[in-house]
Write a protein that binds this ligand. Structure first.
Ligand SMILES: [Zn+2]
Length: 278
């Protein structure tokens, strides 16, 4: 690895749900009660280039929208967090989207100059799923339809790169792995940093116990919040574990209930953290 491919990696915390039952998210966690789930996206910086992994979501001026529907009372605009890092929307050159759920892709319209990198199967499957009869709409409940309009507009402007599976160095030092299950074309993003590789899980896990197993028994645990099969999800967790080399210290969980414990807090705004991972 040459120094020029090393990125600074920040987690930007921007929202928090209230009294979210664990079992809504992860299979078998009936006895684990409720928690307040953090929401975040990632900022990568290298040589004046500013890249996001996911974007968070904007609140709809007409009402609480998706944040009301899913019980997320606490929110800060992703743009305000980026402003704290002295960045405006036009400073973002590239956006990697792990998957199209509103809390990950919902703000793409705010970054009109950015190139968007998403799995081909992710974007095209949502088009297909939205086109199904209304009785199938459980499948699309977590996707903001407006995001699809924005993605089509960006595609027509040649600002969307559809990635077909695993790809190294999509940008120098930024790699993706197809990891379906949570959604059809969910991708894991791997970043070279000065501290070594970091693996951004997206939503293929919410809890590290999904990798380590209940009581550390080593048995992978699937999600309850997924549209793909348990089998597909566990293959994705295994693929991610391969990338980690068994070192959970390399893992970046976007909905980390421990809020990136032990990592330096760069800024804290109204209770939301900007954490430097590497
Ligand atoms: Zn999701």
């Amino acid at each position: 690895m040459t120094p020029s491919t090393v990125w600074d990696l920040y987690v930007m915390e921007y929202a928090r749900s209230k009294n979210q039952p664990w079992v809504d998210l992860v299979a078998g966690m009936y006895a684990d009660g409720v928690m307040d789930l953090p929401f975040s996206f990632v900022l990568l910086q290298r040589d004046g280039r500013n890249v996001l992994v996911d974007t968070g979501f904007m609140r709809d001026e007409h009402g609480p929208g998706f944040s009301g529907k899913f019980g997320i009372p606490t929110w800060m605009s992703p743009l305000r967090l980026l402003a704290e890092m002295k960045l405006g929307p036009d400073d973002i050159s590239d956006i990697f989207i792990t998957h199209a759920h509103f809390d990950h892709m919902g703000s793409i319209a705010e970054f009109p100059k950015a190139q968007i990198y998403i799995q081909k199967s992710e974007l095209l499957s949502w088009y297909e799923l939205f086109a199904l009869p209304k009785r199938f709409s459980h499948l699309t409940a977590i996707v903001d339809p407006q995001t699809m309009h924005t993605a089509l507009g960006a595609s027509i402007e040649h600002r969307v790169t559809l990635i077909d599976g695993d790809k190294d160095n999509v940008l120098p030092g930024v790699h993706v792995r197809l990891g379906g299950g949570h959604t059809v074309g969910h991708q894991i993003v791997i970043v070279d940093t000065a501290a070594g590789r970091r693996v951004i899980s997206g939503d293929c896990i919410y809890s590290r116990s999904q990798i380590t197993g209940r009581d550390n028994d080593g048995v992978y645990i699937p999600l309850n919040n997924a549209i793909g099969s348990a089998w597909e999800q566990l293959k994705t967790i295994d693929k991610m574990n391969d990338e980690l080399g068994g070192d959970l210290g390399r893992l970046v969980v976007l909905h980390d209930i421990e809020r990136w414990k032990g990592l330096p807090i760069v800024k804290e705004l109204e209770g939301f953290r900007i954490v430097k991972v590497a």
